[in-house]
Design a binder for this molecule. Structure first.
Ligand SMILES: [Zn+2]
Length: 418
């Protein structure tokens, strides 16, 4: 088999395209495969499909899957046609999507790697620049979003997440049944969520059964305005209530630690995570340390007790019993001498309707927690995103459950020709 035929077979090049030359640069570890349209082949306008006269050709290059250890580049003289209606247009090539400098199979390989490894590993492994990797990811997300069917989550999750400098935010809207991210919108204000709801029809808005969120006035305001019967649908899930109470415990601890340290007492040194971790997730040693600390009459231990008490109030089925149990918690918490706990108790009381909704609708925190930690992970891997668009693309890429591959490539057939 001659090398041209070999490459035609490997690349799956079919008529009217043919391999006209193969250039092997051994010291450079590079192969250039030259392709051209067979002479005498009629061309059609890529927009309307009408046979059109040739105009000229332009040389274009695409990075392809490596051949053994050789970086492989396709080079083609791509015809342009002159259509009566659409003017001068470049014809489509079967191995790459329009505007890409990579073949579809190479993009599929990069997509697979991006799923498995962090972005800097992908740049290294595939010898690509950051911008090239980001470009492949962006095109993948654009394809996925364009192919996605319109659907509105019955059980919706809304959460804010920061990126780069900590005061920049996006709002992530997700489907709590499938776990898919539905939308990533700029900001975390009321107008951000308003804009999402405004894109929905009246029927779609009515089909929403629950909206799970943190106790943000902006998200509550937007949901009350747009979603019918929102007061029965807004849910403050356990994850967000826990993080709120955890902050109150931490305030008590910091203050008490300062006071103790002034007397040379280091009882609370290095205990931050002990008070914030769910006891069920602790090691035996941590649990024993916590028990010892709880035996001393620390204000932090008392604050922790109120947090853990509240965490035990999520199993109710009946609205009445749930309300009664949280009422007892509030009465006790509001009469402590711990100002941060009293503040938290007031916040809980004002938002009790949403806590009760979350309990009786069976909203679990698994989803919010999982998505949140997943987003934190990709953020850490990218060492912060300097660019909002790239952060948004990465969230859609990993959590959008999108069909990301270039046209004509499915998961099973991707780069089997390599
Ligand atoms: Zn045309």
């Amino acid at each position: 088999m001659r090398d041209r035929d070999l490459y035609a077979a490997i690349l799956g090049v079919t008529s009217p395209w043919e391999v006209v030359d193969v250039d092997l640069d051994t010291p450079g570890q590079r192969v250039e495969v030259r392709l051209a349209v067979k002479s005498g082949t009629g061309q059609a306008c890529p927009v309307c499909g009408k046979p059109s006269p040739g105009y000229d050709t332009r040389e274009r290059r695409w990075r392809h899957l490596d051949t053994c250890q050789f970086q492989t580049v396709l080079v083609a003289q791509v015809p342009r046609v002159e259509c009566n209606e659409h003017g001068v247009k470049q014809v489509h090539v079967p191995w790459a999507e329009e505007g890409s400098r990579f073949t579809a199979m190479f993009e599929a390989l990069a997509i697979d790697w991006m799923r498995e490894a962090n972005l800097s590993a992908v740049t290294r492994l595939l010898r690509l620049s950051w911008d090239e990797v980001a470009g492949i990811q962006q095109r993948a997300v654009e394809r996925g979003l364009a192919r996605r069917e319109r659907s509105v989550p019955r059980r919706m999750g809304v959460d804010e997440t920061s990126f780069a400098k900590r005061h920049e935010y996006v709002t992530v809207i997700s489907d709590q049944e499938t776990g898919a991210v539905v939308s990533v919108a700029d900001g975390r204000g009321r107008d951000t969520l308003d804009a999402f709801y405004k894109g929905l029809t009246a029927d779609e808005l009515s089909s929403i059964e629950s909206v799970s969120m943190d106790m943000s006035a902006a998200y509550i305001g937007a949901t009350v305005t747009h979603v019918p019967d929102a007061v029965r649908k807004i849910c403050f899930d356990k994850f967000h209530v826990a993080s709120h109470l955890g902050s109150a415990v931490d305030l008590v601890r910091r203050q008490e630690h300062r006071e103790l340290a002034a007397w040379g007492d280091s009882t609370l040194t290095g205990t931050r995570y002990l008070w914030l971790t769910t006891p069920g997730n602790m090691t035996r040693a941590a649990l024993e340390r916590l028990e010892t600390l709880r035996a001393e009459s620390l204000r932090t231990a008392k604050a922790w007790f109120y947090k853990e008490w509240a965490m035990g109030l999520w199993h109710y089925v009946s609205r009445t019993w749930a309300k009664k149990a949280w009422g007892e918690w509030y009465q006790s918490a509001i009469h402590t001498n711990l100002e941060p706990i009293k503040q938290a108790a007031r916040t809980v009381k004002r938002h009790l309707y949403g806590i009760i909704n979350a309990i009786v609708l069976g909203i679990t925190n698994a989803h919010a927690e999982g998505l949140n930690s997943g987003i934190q992970r990709i953020k850490a891997q990218a060492r912060g995103f300097r660019n909002r668009t790239r952060f948004r693309n990465a969230i859609y890429f990993h959590f959008g459950q999108l069909d990301l591959y270039p046209t004509g490539i499915s998961r099973s057939s991707a780069h089997t020709n390599s």
